[in-house]
Design a protein around this ligand. Structure first.
Ligand SMILES: C[C@@]1(CC(=O)O)C2=NC(=C\c3[nH]c(c(CCC(=O)O)c3CC(=O)O)Cc3[nH]c(c(CC(=O)O)c3CCC(=O)O)/C=C3\N/C(=C\2)[C@@H](CCC(=O)O)[C@]3(C)CC(=O)O)/[C@H]1CCC(=O)O
Ligand SMILES: NC(=O)c1ccc[n+]([C@@H]2O[C@H](COP(=O)([O-])OP(=O)(O)OC[C@H]3O[C@@H](n4cnc5c(N)ncnc54)[C@H](O)[C@@H]3O)[C@@H](O)[C@H]2O)c1
Length: 578
C-alpha cells in the first residue's frame, strides 16, 4: 500500500486545551503563595471557587488570597480549616448567603479563632461521581504537606476529579502553563514540566514580540464574527462565511482590526454581501461618501457641470489667474489689521466679493470690485432665531436660506467667468462651514481655494488676556461649538481637567445649559472655574466680562452679552487677568 506523506506523530507532549471552567466549581486547598496564583487563574476563567485552608498565627492565610476572595463574594467561599475528605463531595453556591465570603467570617478570622463555614454534604444520587452535576470540577492542591497531597491525589482519582498537586508532577492530571493575557488573547507556554522558569522566560519573550493592540483586534473580530453569524446564520453559508472571515483576518493588519468601530464594521460586513474583502481605506472612503451624501445641498437650478467649467487652478497662487475662480477667504476676527496679506490682495483683486453679514465695513471696504453682503434674516421666513444672530448655527432655516443665497451668488459670478472671493468670518475651516462649501462648489464643477484666517477661537482669548496655553498650568486647548447639528450642545462636551482650556463658540444663548452640563457629575467641572466672556473680540466695540462656571448664566444675563461672543473656560483665565 502506498502511504501518503503525513506529518509524523511526535509523542511526549501535553494536550493543550482551553478549559471552559466558567460557573464550574474549583477547589483550592491551601492559602499560601501558590494558592494565590491558582486563585487568580481560576477566577479569571470565571469559575466558582472554594478555598480550604486554616488560618493560624504561624501559618496565616495569604493577604492576596483574602483580598481576592473579598472582591468576589458571589463566586467564592472560604472554609477556614484543614481539608476534609468530604470537601470533595459538597455542593457550592446553592445557599449563597451561607457560603459566600461574609464579613462575619473575616471578623472571626481576625480574632484568629478557627471558623468553620460548614458545607452541606451532598448525599445520595447527587454525591460525587455519578451525579448529573458533579459538585467539584477541579482540585488544585497547594499545600506544604506531601503525604496529605498524595492522599488528596488518590481521593480525586477515585472520584474522577481532575487534580493538580503543586510541585508533584506525577500527581498532576494537568500542568499549569505560563500564560500571557491581553483581553481575550491568552498565550500559554508549556515545557511539559521540563523547565518552568524557562516557560516563564519564553512567555515573556513572546509577549514582547506580539503585534501592537492584538487584544483589541481580537475583541473587534469577535464582534465582527458575531454580527456576521447574525447576518448570515445558515449552515449552507458556513463555508463562505468562514472563508471570508479568514480573508478579513489575513488582509487586515492587526492595528487596523483594532480600529474597527460600529460604523466601519457595518461596511466591512457589506463586503461579505458584495463577496469581497474591502480594505480599511475602502471602508473609510465609503463612510466618507455616505456622510457627505447626507449633507443637503439645495440647488436652485440645474448646475452646468460640463467640461469647460471644471477648473484646474494651482492652490498656491502667486498671481491672480483670470476667472472663473472661487476663493474662500478667512477674514479673521474683524480687525482689518488682522487680515492676512493674501486676504487683502485677493479682496483688492476680486471681481466679486461675497461677504458674511458680521464682517465689519473696514474689512469689506478693502474690496475694489463688486461687493454683495449676506441678506438679513427675514421675519417672513418664520425663522426660529435661537439667541440673537450667532453665525453658522446649523439649526435655523434662516442660516440655510442665507447660505443658499450666498452660494447662488458665487455660482452666478463663476458662470460669468469672474474671480469670486467668498469672505468668511474667522477661519473658513473652524466652525465656518467652509468644507461644506468646498463640497458644494465641487459638486457644481468648481474647485474652491481656501485662504486661512485667524479664528476668534484663538484670537478672542488673547484679546481678553487669556493665554490658551501656559507651561505647567495649561497644556491643552479644546475648541467647541455650543450649537451642534440640530442647535443643541454637542454630546461630547469636554470633561474637566485642571490643565485644560475650553473655548466655546456660539454659546451666548446657551450659557445656562453650558454651565449646568459642565458642572454635571459626568463632566465634573468645579463651579469656581473662571469663564472669560469676550464679546466682539478685536472690534471697536469689544467687551470682556469675568464669570465662573457657577455664575456664567447670571453674568451673561446681567451684562446683556450678545453674539458674537466667545467663552474661555479654564484656570488659564487667572494667569494674567487676576
Ligand atoms: C508555569 C507555572 C505556572 C504556575 O505554577 O503558576 C509553573 N511553574 C511556574 C514557575 C516556577 N515553578 C518553579 C520555579 C523555580 C525554577 C524552576 O524550577 O524552573 C518557577 C519559576 C518562577 O517561580 O519564576 C518550581 C517548580 N515547578 C514545578 C516543580 C516540580 C518539579 O519540577 O518537579 C518545581 C520545583 C522544582 C524544584 O524543586 O527544583 C512544577 C510545575 N510548574 C509548572 C508550572 C508545571 C510545569 C509547567 C511547564 O514546565 O510547562 C508543573 C509541572 C506543575 C504545576 O505546577 O502545574 C509558573 C510560571 C509562572 C510564570 O510564568 O510567571
Ligand atoms: N508549582 C510551582 O510553581 C511551585 C512553586 C513554588 C512552590 N511550590 C510548592 O507548592 C506548595 C505550596 O507552596 P506555597 O509557597 O504556597 O506554600 P505556603 O507554605 O505559603 O502555603 C501552604 C499553604 O497550605 C496550607 N495548608 C497546610 N496544610 C493544610 C491542610 N491540611 N489543609 C488545608 N490547607 C493546608 C497552609 O495553611 C498554607 O496556607 C509547596 O509544596 C511548594 O513546594 C510549587
Amino acid at each position: 500500500m502506498v502511504r501518503s506523506a503525513i506529518d509524523p506523530i511526535r509523542p511526549g507532549a501535553s494536550l493543550i486545551l482551553a478549559w471552559q471552567i466558567k460557573q464550574r466549581h474549583a477547589i483550592i486547598i491551601g492559602g499560601g503563595f501558590v494558592a494565590a496564583g491558582r486563585l487568580v487563574n481560576v477566577l479569571e476563567a470565571d469559575a466558582k471557587v472554594t478555598v480550604i485552608c486554616p488560618d493560624s498565627e504561624q501559618d496565616p492565610l495569604s493577604e492576596t488570597v483574602r483580598q481576592h476572595l473579598q472582591d468576589h463574594p458571589d463566586t467564592t467561599r472560604l472554609v477556614l480549616r484543614s481539608f476534609q475528605d468530604s470537601d470533595l463531595t459538597t455542593a457550592f453556591g446553592q445557599h449563597k448567603d451561607t457560603y459566600s465570603f461574609s464579613t462575619s467570617t473575616i471578623a472571626y478570622n481576625q480574632e484568629r479563632k478557627e471558623q468553620i463555614v460548614t458545607c452541606p454534604t451532598i448525599t445520595g444520587e447527587s454525591s460525587g461521581l455519578g451525579s448529573a452535576e458533579p459538585p467539584v470540577d477541579m482540585v488544585l492542591s497547594a499545600i506544604d504537606d506531601i503525604p496529605l497531597s498524595t492522599h488528596i491525589y488518590h481521593l480525586c482519582k477515585s472520584l474522577r476529579i481532575p487534580v493538580n498537586i503543586a510541585d508533584v508532577p506525577p500527581q498532576c492530571d494537568f500542568y499549569f502553563c505560563s500564560t500571557h493575557r491581553d483581553q481575550s488573547l491568552q498565550v500559554a507556554v508549556s515545557t511539559s514540566g521540563k523547565g518552568p522558569k524557562l516557560a516563564n522566560l519564553i512567555r515573556r519573550h513572546i509577549a514582547d514580540h506580539l503585534p501592537n493592540r492584538v487584544g483589541e483586534a481580537i475583541e473587534k473580530v469577535g464582534k465582527l464574527r458575531a454580527q456576521l453569524r447574525k447576518m448570515a446564520p445558515g449552515p449552507e453559508v458556513g463555508p463562505k462565511r468562514m472563508q471570508w472571515m479568514s480573508r478579513v483576518c489575513e488582509e487586515w493588519k492587526m492595528e487596523e482590526l483594532a480600529e474597527l468601530d460600529d460604523e466601519s464594521t457595518k461596511w466591512v460586513l457589506q463586503g461579505f454581501k458584495d463577496n469581497i474583502v474591502y480594505s480599511l481605506e475602502e471602508v473609510r472612503k465609503k463612510i466618507k461618501d455616505e456622510t457627505y451624501k447626507n449633507i443637503e445641498f439645495k440647488r436652485t437650478d440645474a448646475a452646468p457641470t460640463d467640461e469647460k467649467n471644471l477648473l484646474s487652478i494651482p492652490s498656491s497662487d502667486s498671481t491672480v489667474a483670470a476667472g472663473p475662480r472661487l476663493i474662500l477667504v478667512g477674514a479673521g476676527p474683524g480687525d482689518p489689521e488682522l487680515l492676512t496679506r493674501k486676504a487683502v490682495r485677493l479682496l483688492e483683486e476680486a471681481d466679486l466679493v461675497i461677504s458674511d453679514r458680521l464682517i465689519p465695513s473696514e474689512v469689506i471696504d478693502l474690496a475694489k470690485g463688486e461687493v454683495r453682503i449676506a441678506p438679513k434674516k427675514r421675519a417672513s421666513l418664520q425663522i426660529e432665531l435661537q439667541s440673537g444672530t450667532d453665525q453658522n448655527s446649523s439649526t435655523s432655516t434662516a442660516s440655510d436660506y442665507i447660505q443658499d443665497q450666498l452660494n447662488e451668488w458665487c455660482l452666478e459670478g463663476l458662470r460669468e467667468g469672474k474671480t469670486v472671493v467668498r469672505l468668511k468670518q474667522g477661519d473658513p475651516f473652524i466652525f465656518g462651514r467652509g468644507a461644506e462649501e468646498v463640497l458644494f462648489f465641487r459638486d457644481h464643477g468648481f474647485e474652491a481655494e481656501v485662504v486661512p484666517g485667524i479664528s476668534s477661537a484663538l484670537s478672542a482669548p488673547l484679546a481678553a488676556g487669556v493665554p490658551l496655553t501656559h507651561r505647567g498650568s495649561a497644556d491643552q486647548v479644546i475648541i467647541t461649538t455650543a450649537q451642534a447639528k440640530g442647535g443643541v450642545l454637542p454630546d461630547n462636551f469636554p470633561t474637566y481637567d485642571l490643565k485644560k482650556t475650553v473655548v466655546i463658540l456660539m454659546g451666548v444663548g446657551k450659557a445656562q445649559e453650558i454651565s449646568e452640563l459642565m458642572q454635571s457629575s459626568s463632566l465634573g467641572w468645579p463651579s469656581d472655574v473662571p469663564v472669560v466672556i469676550v464679546e466682539n473680540a478685536h472690534c471697536p466695540n469689544e467687551r470682556t466680562m469675568d464669570a465662573t462656571l457657577g455664575t456664567l448664566a447670571q453674568v451673561v444675563k446681567e451684562s446683556k452679552a450678545v453674539p458674537p461672543s466667545v467663552f474661555v473656560v479654564g484656570w488659564a483665565g487667572l494667569i494674567l487677568r487676576s
